[in-house]
Write a protein that binds this ligand. Structure first.
Ligand code: UDP
Ligand code: MN
Length: 251
């Protein structure tokens, strides 16, 4: 009996690219057994577009929504990293797991997978048997080709990273997975819009574990199984123009 991987994905309505990102991710997840995709829309309601998308995917999924408050929405003249992203949405996913803890696989694993990253399907088999918290390299973060834990004899002994020396866990959101039982045992473990920039991962993990207990994956953290790719604004025109194109874009 394979443990279930609960994949928590916040998704923002980036007008042109959301469906492209989610399609790429869905195609990946089609190749992975025993997963539940917890998709949280950044919206006050579950949109028909994503409802239809999920239904047609035939994946095992949970559809939620949670809107980013106005003052935390990133404006087009602001840097994308100027404000936290996806925090309340990920918390909504965590809350769902807590609320449904009786009905879910307590041997399961949680992985926070943003909608625009690139995932090698071998990653999922690496993390499926996470005892507490597992870690691995993530490509394209911190202005490096990759960030990674440095490992010796199956323990994390240091970090290869370019910024944030004060981070207790200098690791990207896509660079760790948590055993579900461990998360459920710590009710205060969640993300927060109040922590310093770049500290989300450290904030959560500090509730759960210390560095010497981390479980290195991906061949002692020497292989890249996830890339922090980013969707650029591709079209210069908005939704209005898309409607003018006589295409059923919002399928
Ligand atoms: N996101 C969101 N609301 C926002 C901005 C982003 O739900 O206002 C989601 C987005 O869809 C993605 C995750 O949060 O799954 C991280 O956002 P993004 O990819 O923009 O951040 P970055 O990769 O630059 O850290
Ligand atoms: Mn991203």
């Amino acid at each position: 009996q394979l443990p279930i991987i609960y994949i928590i994905t916040p998704t923002n309505n980036r007008v042109e690219t959301q469906l492209a990102d989610l399609t790429r991710m869905r195609n990946t997840l089609w190749l992975v057994p025993k997963i539940v995709w917890i998709l949280i829309e950044d919206s006050t309601f579950k949109t028909p577009k994503i409802t239809k998308f999920l239904k047609e995917s035939q994946l095992s999924y949970v559809h939620l929504s949670e809107q980013t408050p106005d003052d935390l929405i990133i404006r087009s003249n602001e840097k994308t990293w100027s404000k936290p992203r996806g925090v309340l949405q990920r918390n909504k996913g965590i809350d769902w797991l807590r609320e449904n803890s009786k009905d879910i696989d307590s041997n399961g694993v949680i992985f926070f997978a943003d909608d625009d990253n690139t995932y090698d399907i071998r990653l999922f088999e690496e993390i499926r048997y996470t005892q507490k918290v597992s870690v691995w390299p993530v490509a394209f973060v911190g202005e490096l080709m990759y960030e990674r834990p440095i490992c010796k004899n199956g323990k994390v002994t240091g970090w290869f990273r370019s910024w944030g020396d004060s981070r207790p866990f200098p690791i990207d959101m896509a660079g760790f997975a948590i055993n579900l039982r461990l998360l459920l045992a710590h009710p205060s473990a969640r993300f927060s819009n109040l922590v310093q920039r770049g500290m989300q991962e450290s904030h959560l993990l500090s509730h759960l574990i210390s560095v010497n207990e981390l479980e290195p994956k991906a061949d002692n953290c020497t292989k890249i199984f996830v890339w922090h790719t980013n969707t650029r604004k591709i079209l210069r025109f908005g939704e209005k123009r898309l409607q003018q194109m006589n295409l059923k874009y919002d399928q």
